[in-house]
Write a protein that binds this ligand. Structure first.
Ligand code: HEM
Ligand code: HEM
Length: 179
């Protein structure tokens, strides 16, 4: 059993795994909608992608508020300094992307002039005037940030598996339910 002071709190774990599922869903929908043929199915993918993207914004804001109130445990003992730094930089970059990406997607979609319906419940307000030239800058930027996020997630997940199976330390265990 890992000492409570060295484990992530129950809300931190809940936010982490719920965010992970939501983000992977948004990424899969992001690629699926660009790959699918124009039509009602593609529109449905777009609606769902934007809805999950907006959910990520809310979840990340709630998660960072919780993190301020209840800071994470110190990293596992005995890590080389470079690994500790790499983890801090990767986590910070993930949080920044999770806050910035939804706004860039939202702004780009506003400039494109498409409606943003959140799970059919309500519409998001347009945050930019319709302007195709602006959408042609913002949407590819959103796509490039999406690819950056995917690369960081590969590193992040790879690092978690490396800790668990190669270093055999508590890094992954302390983020798992029960822990
Ligand atoms: C953190 C949340 C989000 C993630 C991880 C995400 C991820 C992605 C990914 C991976 C793609 C495909 C990129 C490509 O291959 O070019 C994409 C495209 C897109 N996303 Fe998001 N997205 C998020 C939030 C949003 C939000 C909130 C909106 C709108 C309200 C949005 C609107 C779009 C649009 C319109 C595209 C198509 C861009 C194009 O036509 O090139 N996304 N997103
Ligand atoms: C797919 C979306 C994911 C995102 C956006 C994400 C993001 C993050 C972030 C931001 C942290 C830092 C938490 C903090 O200290 O504030 C974190 C921690 C962690 N994540 Fe993820 N994660 C994802 C998926 C995964 C997966 C699939 C695994 C396991 C294979 C994983 C394993 C971990 C572990 C073990 C930690 C704790 C690291 C430590 O103790 O320093 N994550 N994650």
């Amino acid at each position: 059993m890992i000492d409570a002071a060295l484990r992530y709190s129950v809300p931190a774990k809940f936010f982490h795994w719920l965010s992970a599922a939501t983000i992977l869903t948004a990424i899969v929908l992001g690629f699926a909608m660009l790959e699918s043929d124009p039509g009602p199915r593609q529109n449905q993918f777009y609606d769902l992608h934007r809805s999950f993207g907006f959910l990520i914004l809310l979840l990340t804001a709630a998660r960072l508020s919780w993190r301020l109130y209840s800071p994470p445990p110190p990293m596992v003992a005995g890590l080389p300094v470079w690994q500790e730094r790499a983890a801090r930089v990767t986590h910070a970059a993930l949080y920044i992307l999770l806050l910035v990406m939804p706004f860039v997607g939202w702004a780009g979609t506003s400039a494109f002039g498409a409606r943003i319906s959140i799970f059919g419940l309500f519409d998001l307000p347009m945050i930019l005037e319709k302007d195709e030239a602006v959408s042609k800058v913002l949407l590819p930027l959103h796509g490039a940030l999406g690819l950056t996020l995917c690369a960081l997630l590969f590193m992040h997940i790879g690092a978690a598996l490396f800790h668990h199976f190669v270093r055999k330390d508590d890094t992954l265990r302390r983020m798992l339910p029960g822990g």
